[in-house]
Design a protein around this ligand. Structure first.
Ligand code: ADP
Ligand code: MG
Length: 227
């Protein structure tokens, strides 16, 4: 019963969030549409024209970031549960994130104990969740940092530790992380962690955060292992 209750409360908040996100994406689209119409005006000065184009592009970028952080979570629940090999999925994540890390002078270190890590979940949602967390780690380091990803068994759990040596978080920030739209970044969405944490919970997983200002941040994520 408790489990079902949890699921129900989760779906409620998630569908509310879905509604608010479509609103967030619609705004930039409406603004861009307006500017595009204005561009029809043949008597515009070059300066005005360039300003409308610049603002349109900024708005479209914002819509893209929101969708990017939210992408695979449009459907609230884990619907097509499958057996996943967490080690394999992490290798995939590392492959995807490497170019982005390299571009920022950041090395990605992977450490996995050699064993079977079979868990239940949905592949794309797991990818979205972990990518959002790793991406934040990279963004927390101005330049020349290191992300370390460690996977091991802990009793009947798969334990995944994602650590960066970036700028860290204050106690207050740690308390707020994961709440919709909380962001300390100029162009942040404040949706990445909310989505990531919701997916982890929907997969019966759990997470803890340790962080120190100026030292770095470490996310410890666990998923129940299955036979
Ligand atoms: P966004 O990345 O768009 O700001 P997120 O939901 O992904 O939104 O993250 C919310 C906030 O949590 C970030 O703006 C940042 O302040 C904080 N945060 C998340 N991960 C880290 C990290 N690894 N190091 C430092 N701060 C972090
Ligand atoms: Mg983010």
């Amino acid at each position: 019963l408790q489990e079902e209750m949890n699921k129900l409360t989760q779906i409620k908040t998630v569908s509310e969030i879905a509604a608010s996100i479509s609103h967030e994406v619609r705004n930039p689209l409406t603004v861009t549409r307006g500017f595009t119409q204005l561009l029809r005006d043949g008597s515009l000065s070059d300066e005005q024209r360039n300003q409308y184009i610049r603002l349109s592009l900024e708005e479209l970028d914002r819509a893209e970031r929101i969708i990017g952080d939210y992408l695979t979570f449009a459907k609230p629940s884990i619907e097509n549960e499958e057996v996943l090999h967490l080690d394999k999925e992490i290798k995939y994540i590392v492959q995807v994130i490497k170019p982005y890390a390299t571009l920022n002078d950041i090395t990605v270190e992977v450490n996995m104990e050699d064993c079977q890590y079979t868990i239940l979940g949905e592949k794309q949602k797991l990818h979205q969740s972990l990518l959002n967390i790793v991406k934040n780690g990279i963004e927390a380091m101005e330049r020349k940092g290191k992300i370390s990803i460690e996977l091991k068994k802990y009793n009947d759990l798969a334990q995944l530790i994602i650590e960066d040596n970036g700028k860290g978080m204050s106690k207050e920030q740690i308390n707020k992380i994961g709440t919709p739209y909380f962001s300390t970044k100029e162009k942040g969405t404040g949706l990445g962690t909310m989505v990531a944490f919701n997916i982890i919970k929907a997969m019966q997983g759990d997470y803890t955060i340790e962080s120190q200002i100026g030292k770095g941040t470490s996310f410890c994520i666990t998923f129940p292992l299955v036979e």
